[in-house]
Design a protein around this ligand. Structure first.
Ligand code: A3P
Length: 351
């Protein structure tokens, strides 16, 4: 059954970026204060960004204000999301470990769910939001935006990096649909390392790959252990296949047409025969291609080195499968392959 089309609430022009940042800082300060006692009891470890990560419900998180003054994805933000976030049964969540293709998935599902509203097609003269607005602004993360009354939040399409077992209770109890995207661990690690070097404070030294390799492989990385994140959602998808769809980045690259049709059906917006026959699936894939999104997000740089907001272009690096071989030693590859084989045993996770 086709659901009623998403009414696209634009995330822009309601409040300015400065106002948003101010509101974010105030809210995040309140949240950090609210959970400070709870956080002080958690195990902590040195982490990638010359700071600490805290172990909460089996996963590692930064503490608030880890990056400049941005407490997004911090352990306090996770706790607040668990306490405050109330899902509606019709909500759709896009879940992932960072660097697994979150941005791509956001663009694809957003384009799928809004395609009747943006009928004009995806040609160069199109006014489709994805040509000017970041997929991250179209589909907000619940652990960063739910505190801000982001109007895009009302669209019923949201994202999260929160591990399955730590999701706000209402997401699972309301039977919301969840799409999870996973990716080859070696490519995730290399992509994460590049990303962390981009977002790090300019004053701190660049992060050496070999220095963080051991941390990542022993499970210590923000929102890690990486493998446990994947396993939580994989098991959920096997137990509740009608509610949790498990996709992988590599398959999306290999057979985008099939995967996108599967995705559209799962989120309740299947392509009609006519749409398929008239090339709408291909148009949509093209709109969300790495090249198109990278280009659109170049002009759409909404942060700079003094800002708390990540630059949108950081989310587009190479967009290739297997690029990690250019960075990892044979020994590193062997170590990650062995961990992966052991951890994913019996779960039928391929990439
Ligand atoms: P690389 O660093 O390997 O290039 P996330 O969105 O979860 O942060 O993941 C970012 C990774 O997805 C980056 O990988 C990025 O280049 C890639 N990516 C972003 N948009 C993409 C797209 N439209 N198609 C394919 N890969 C994409």
């Amino acid at each position: 059954m086709m659901l009623s089309p998403v009414v696209f609430h634009s995330p822009v022009a309601i409040i300015t970026k400065d106002e948003e940042e101010k509101a974010r800082k105030i809210k995040m300060s309140e949240i950090i204060e609210r959970y400070k006692d709870k956080v002080s009891t958690l195990p902590k470890q040195e982490s990638w960004m010359n700071n600490h990560v805290y172990k909460y419900q089996g996963f590692w998180y930064h503490q608030g204000f880890w990056y400049h003054s941005n407490a997004s994805f911090s352990v306090e933000a996770i706790m607040a999301t668990q306490d405050d976030f109330k899902a509606k049964p019709t909500d759709v969540f896009l879940a992932s470990h960072p660097k697994s293709g979150t941005t791509w998935l956001k663009a694809l599902v957003f384009a799928i769910m809004t395609r009747t509203k943006f009928k004009s097609g995806f040609s160069s003269s199109s006014t489709h939001p994805l040509l000017t607005i970041s997929p991250h602004d179209c589909v907000p993360f619940i652990e960063t935006e739910s505190f801000l009354n982001n109007p895009a939040y009302a669209n019923g399409l949201m994202a999260t990096h929160i591990p399955y077992n730590s999701l706000p209770e209402s997401i699972v109890s309301s039977n919301c649909r969840i799409v999870y995207i996973c990716r080859n661990p070696k490519d995730v690690f290399v992509s994460y390392w590049h990303f962390m070097n981009k977002v790090r404070d300019n004053a701190s030294a660049s992060i050496k790959l070999k220095d963080v390799f051991e941390m990542f492989s022993s499970g210590i990385s923000p929102v890690g252990p990486f493998w446990d994140h994947v396993i939580g959602y994989r098991k959920a998808s096997l137990e509740r296949p009608d509610k949790v769809l498990f996709l992988n980045y590599e398959e999306l690259q290999k057979d985008a047409n099939n995967e996108v049709k599967k995705l559209a059906k799962f989120v309740g917006y299947p392509f009609t025969e006519e749409e398929e026959a008239t090339g709408r699936v291909e148009e949509l894939i093209n709109l969300c291609s790495f090249e198109k999104l990278k280009e659109a997000n170049k002009a759409n740089k909404d942060g700079d080195e003094t800002s708390n907001v990540l630059s949108n272009e950081f989310f587009f690096r190479k967009g290739k499968v297997g690029d990690s071989v250019n960075y990892l030693t044979t020994e590193m590859i062997q170590i990650l392959d062995e961990i992966t084989k052991e951890k994913y045993d019996g779960l039928d996770i391929s990439f």
